[in-house]
Design a binder for this molecule. Structure first.
Ligand code: AHR
Length: 504
């Protein structure tokens, strides 16, 4: 048995959460678009080919933004291929993923899909083969009301009203040698600054995200951020971070500690932003957009067998386990703890490709294990992150020191008078008893304790059933104690927990 002690005080605010922390990503990659969100002829497809069964699951995640159209795909994408009559759209080689892109889905279809799904678009412009002129043209097409070449092309294509896309990524992972037309930090920084100027002159109401590092282990990490920020500081609003974790070594205690690396990554990039801010004597704050994060490793072997130039092949279709859901839970908690700096977080991706939602082409849609922690955080993790001192035992793993057995964060939703404790018990064999002192003048009552665990850490869900799904347990209790209340709860070994409290 392990124990942990927490202290929560309603007025001790750590961070205010930006709702865009609960965002996701759809790339023209594998079956994310084709037979993912879009499958004309599917029995649930609407007149535009949007799968209603998938949309229903997307709505269940309450996603804010969906980033589109890439990803590595972006760096070779001609956005004009995806507009106008479908019969005239070209089929192209996608050099990023060595597939064939039919272009029967483009920015207009994505804007329509997003409106129907109740999400906002986070668009991206090509900084690989693309030019500032093309970036400006795409923005004019999407956001300018009327009376110019590109806005009138949009109207002619059936979209009288602008798509009004407010947030744009200036390229994708331009630090990566795998990127089509990869650039050095100075090359990218200069090009991004010029593209950003064109974009903000075209529509000053937009916000822009510059490319940071593809992960913290890149050889250019640190110097890349500093150089890019130096070039782009006056023109951009966010710097991106990406990270994917795996457990190829099958070392679960180490895998569960990986969110400490994510935390270190965020703090390091925030520090670099502060350094450039200080160096430039600037009052401006550049925030962070963690616009790709997830577990990704299960499909690496399978992907090598995929035939080149196939259209929408099943690539990067990781099937997630119980332990992956715990890592995703720890990553969500890490984003919340850093919500003062991280304003956007995109779970990469949304459907079929390293995704919480899977589909069978012509068949059913279903929820992966990682669907649930995201769903819970998105539903109950809105409002304010409270400062929460935690005392618990720690362990050392192969790559990380001082990994707390308890990963936790608490969120106060003042509108709903709810306090939610999110917690992962990283201990694989023992329960963890937590005791939380809750300091507030009114009453505190338990709404529910949701938990998700499975003795088989490799258990997965599939189209025929869910071996990993949340359920309610009844071990938690809240008792009044003078000016405070005390919450006691037992967290099962290797579990994701959501303890919801009503506070008056
Ligand atoms: O999300 C899958 C890929 O991961 C994206 O295309 C790329 O940006 C990253 O390397």
């Amino acid at each position: 048995m392990k124990n942990a002690k927490l202290q929560l005080e309603k007025n001790f605010i750590r961070n205010v959460i930006d709702n865009r922390l609960y965002s996701s990503f759809i790339e023209h990659l594998g079956r994310a678009v084709y037979s993912g969100i879009y499958e004309p002829g599917h029995e649930t497809a609407d007149a535009r080919g949007f799968r209603e069964d998938v949309m229903e699951l997307v709505r269940g995640l309450n996603v804010e933004l969906v980033r589109y159209p890439g990803g590595n795909f972006l760096s070779g994408y001609r956005w004009t291929d995806g507009i106008g009559p479908k019969e005239n759209r070209p089929r192209r080689l996608d050099l990023a993923w060595r597939t064939t892109e039919p272009n029967t889905f483009g920015i207009d279809e994505f804007a329509d899909w997003s409106a129907k799904a109740g999400v906002k678009v986070m668009a991206a412009v090509n900084m690989g083969t693309g030019t500032p002129e093309e970036a400006g043209a795409m923005l004019e097409y999407c956001n300018h009301p009327r009376g110019t070449y590109w806005s009138d092309v949009r109207r002619k294509n059936g979209h009288e009203e602008p798509h009004a896309i407010k947030i744009w990524c200036v390229g994708n992972e331009m630090d990566g040698p795998w990127q089509i037309c990869h650039r050095t930090a100075d090359e990218y920084g200069r090009a991004a600054a010029e593209a950003a100027k064109v974009m903000k002159w075209t529509d000053p109401s937009i916000e822009l995200v510059a490319c940071g590092s593809s992960n913290m282990r890149m050889p250019t990490f640190g110097s890349w951020e500093a150089a890019v920020l130096d070039h782009t500081w006056d023109h951009i609003d966010y710097l991106s971070l990406h990270i994917y974790f795996g457990n190829a070594e099958n070392d679960t205690p180490n895998f569960l500690g990986r969110s400490l690396e994510m935390d270190n990554f965020i703090r390091s990039v925030a520090g670099i932003c502060d350094y450039i801010k200080a160096k430039r004597h600037s009052k401006k704050q550049v925030f962070l957009s963690f616009d790709e994060w997830n577990v990704w490793y299960h499909s690496h072997g399978q992907d090598k067998k995929i035939k080149k130039w196939t259209m929408a092949p099943p690539i990067i279709e990781d099937i997630y386990t119980m332990e992956d859901a715990l890592v995703v839970g720890c990553m969500l908690i890490t984003l919340l703890k850093n919500a003062d700096r991280v304003k956007i977080g995109c779970l990469a991706q949304l459907v079929n490709v390293i995704a919480p939602i899977m589909t069978e082409s012509g068949g059913n849609a279903w929820r992966q294990t990682i669907f649930y922690p995201f769903m819970h955080a998105s539903a109950f993790g809105r409002g304010i992150v409270l400062a929460c001192p935690v005392k618990c035992e720690k362990y050392d793993s192969r790559e990380y020191s001082d990994v707390p057995y308890l990963e936790t964060v608490s969120v106060l939703n003042e509108e709903k008078n709810e306090l939610t404790v999110f917690a992962v018990n990283r201990n694989l064999t023992e329960n963890m008893d937590i005791e939380a002192d809750i300091f507030c003048t009114g009453s505190v009552g338990l709404i529910e304790h949701i938990t998700m665990n499975n003795q088989d850490l490799k258990a997965v869900n599939s189209a025929v059933g869910e071996k990993v799904k949340p359920s309610n347990i009844t071990t938690a209790k809240v008792e009044a104690a003078g000016q405070s209340a005390v919450l006691n709860a037992r967290l099962p070994p290797a579990s994701w927990n959501v303890i919801r409290l009503k506070i008056q």
